[in-house]
Design a protein around this ligand. Structure first.
Ligand code: AP5
Ligand code: MG
Length: 213
């Protein structure tokens, strides 16, 4: 099963993708997480990506596409995957489409997690993230068991550099300009499913499971 998560920054793509990955035993592939791991590791790719991410801009397609195609070509992706944060532009979606059709495959579901902009800014300041395993928390809505520590791997949680309110507003603008057109793209392919992302994380997950079966 090949699943794409669509939705504004902070809509809950990462939160739901983790739960999907666990239930359906497929890898969770997040381009944002890959970039953040590279930034933490001080790699050349990380340094390049950081220039864009800190401003809330998209990392150029040339860099992003290569990383994603390399990742999904790995063995653990043979039986499918859940993509979180990719594609984010029409050219990225077209590259993915082409790569899949060359293998005789296609995207099975594009899940659009719908949350209005007003709710997003409020969520971001409370988010805490684990750079080691990609788990995401919220200080009020989804707190870790021990303050500041990841439940899954015990790593210290961080506040992401791009979660400052002014950067969040930029990311929302970039989302509306460059990523929202993908909703049309996947609607035309007949695979788009929209879920209400404003309810609790378990209720959002229940609507996704009802779609995926
Ligand atoms: P990325 O890491 O993908 O960030 P994003 O799309 O901005 O999305 P977020 O991770 O911020 O939000 P999310 O939807 O995963 O929400 P979460 O589950 O954390 O990308 C970061 C940057 O990398 C981009 O800006 C870009 O520069 C670059 N990049 C990445 N991919 C790229 C690509 N393909 N092309 C080009 N550049 C790329 O939830 C948010 C918060 O809300 C959390 O605190 C969570 O606990 C809480 N929450 C979740 N669900 C609920 C709920 N139902 N109720 C209450 N709170 C909830
Ligand atoms: Mg995320």
């Amino acid at each position: 099963m090949k699943i794409i998560m669509l939705g504004a920054p902070g809509a809950g793509k990462g939160t739901q993708a983790k739960m999907i990955a666990e239930k359906y035993s497929i890898p969770h592939v997040s381009t944002g997480d890959i970039f953040r791991a590279n930034i933490k590791g001080g790699t050349e790719l990380g340094m390049e990506a950081k220039k864009y991410m800190d401003q809330g801009l998209l990392v150029p397609d040339e860099l992003t596409v290569k990383i994603l195609l390399d990742r999904v070509a790995q063995d653990d992706c043979k039986n499918g995957y859940v993509l979180d944060g990719f594609p984010r532009t029409i050219p990225q979606a077209e590259v993915l489409d082409k790569a899949l059709s060359e293998l005789g495959e296609k995207v099975d579901f594009a899940i659009n997690v719908d949350v209005p902009d007003e709710n997003i800014v409020k969520r971001m300041g409370g988010r805490r993230a684990c750079v080691k395993c990609g788990a995401t928390y919220h200080i009020e809505h989804v707190p870790p068991k021990k303050e500041g520590i990841c439940d899954v791997c015990g790593e210290k949680l961080i506040l992401r550099d791009d979660d400052k309110p002014e950067t969040v507003l930029n990311r929302l603008k970039v989302y509306h300009d460059q990523t929202q057109p993908l909703i049309d793209f996947y609607t035309k392919k007949g695979v788009l499913k929209t879920v209400d992302g404003t309810v609790s994380t378990s209720d959002v997950f229940a609507s996704i499971v009802a779609i995926l079966g």
